[in-house]
Design a protein around this ligand. Sequence first.
Ligand code: FAD
Length: 437
Amino acid sequence: MSAITVIGAGLAGAEAAWQIARQGIEVELYEMRPVKMTPAHHTEHFAELVCSNSLKGAGLDNAAGLLKEEMRRLDSLLMRAADRYAVPAGGALAVDREKFSQEITKILEEHPLIQVHREEVKSLPPSGIAVIASGPLTSEDLALDIQKVTGEDALSFYDAAAPIVTLESINMEKAFWASRYDKGDPDYLNCPMTEEEYKIFYNELIKAETAEVKGFEKGKIFEGCMPVEVMAARGEQTLTFGPLKPVGLIDARTGKRSYAVVQLRKENRAGTLFNLVGFQTHLKWGEQQRVFRLIPGLENAEFVRFGVMHRNTFLNAPKVLKADYSLQKSPNLFFAGQITGVEGYVESTASGLVAGLNAVRRLKNLPTLIFPQETALGSLARHLEGSPSVDFQPMSINYGLLPPLEVRIKAKKEKNAKISERALAKLEEFKAAEGLN
Ligand code: FAD
């Protein structure tokens, strides 16, 4: 049987290569480091953690903890190395980054079915089955070729995302549903502000602390999308004539127009997650929570993703990808990692695991796997395929992507633990039905 090509031996590519090889299929693994470095990597090791050494929450009352447990149950190489080289980090799983990536590199380099090529790939393979896992800092030539194949508007080069909050954490006594001028379905949630509330919010926003901009992120990235704090700094009224303009938004409960309105738009098909329209931001995460919770209705908002602005090469997944991570137009090409529009180390690894399994399925002419919606693996992949494609922004795993429980449980920890329990039971059923080990 012919080999499968994997491009990029970062988190997703390393996991994909492992999943392919462990099923007895040869892998041609291409990694450009150290011949050509990215602006964020420091070593030549596979699966390098470029920034924090945390793989987020460890417990099963945490969505990232659930995703990791699902990967363990599918013999994930990266999870094995992470557990082996875990370092104490409270409720999170953090790792000794050197040992973690050295171990993964050694196992893959010594694997008899994996041929490693240390070279830059400049275009997509013209034939055969491949997993493209070249990451948020995909080299320029390859990125341009991906753009040629997927379409001009299907690949973004930076991420300017607004924060996302859960619907259940929004105070509906303050927020109201309405579309501007009553046009179309009232799909937007609106948080109205009095003049006094706006001024308090505004004054905190303009003095809030921003995150550091890395050298390679300076310059072009803010051209297309201005951070809300930068717009605010232009003058006290700029936002009320911009994203916070109140015209055409009447709260039916009072019949009145407010001084300013923050609009929230549905982020997923199920309508459990909402993004703050126009709030792309470069504020530090703690500051986002502090300042945006001053918005009436968001006092107790649960942020499943904070706003970010950084370099990130990612596909408009709902437009071009399927939930099995293959390209709609070219089913032999699979994508994995941050380039698919997932966000984070664990999410990138998880997509590599599924893409690797599916590349083998394709080679064997078997139907590809789409994991159940109730699992973290399935909900993440299905979100990529099914979320609105207009202004699609990357997503981390969170419980808002999984269907709610049939019974209502108030205590959050207990509810999350039950969702995880259901997910793991579903995963075991799915594994048995599909013959996965
Ligand atoms: P990568 O791990 O970057 O792997 C891609 C690999 O492809 C690299 O090894 C690269 O050298 C190689 N490659 C690229 N182009 C080519 C080519 N043409 N030919 C051959 N090889 C190629 N997530 C978190 O959860 N926590 C964090 O703290 C965090 N910090 C981040 C900091 C920065 C600066 C960036 C850019 C991202 C960060 N992320 C973080 C987001 C994301 O989780 C990581 O980028 C993660 O490494 C993505 O995994 P990946 O496999 O998609 O890409």
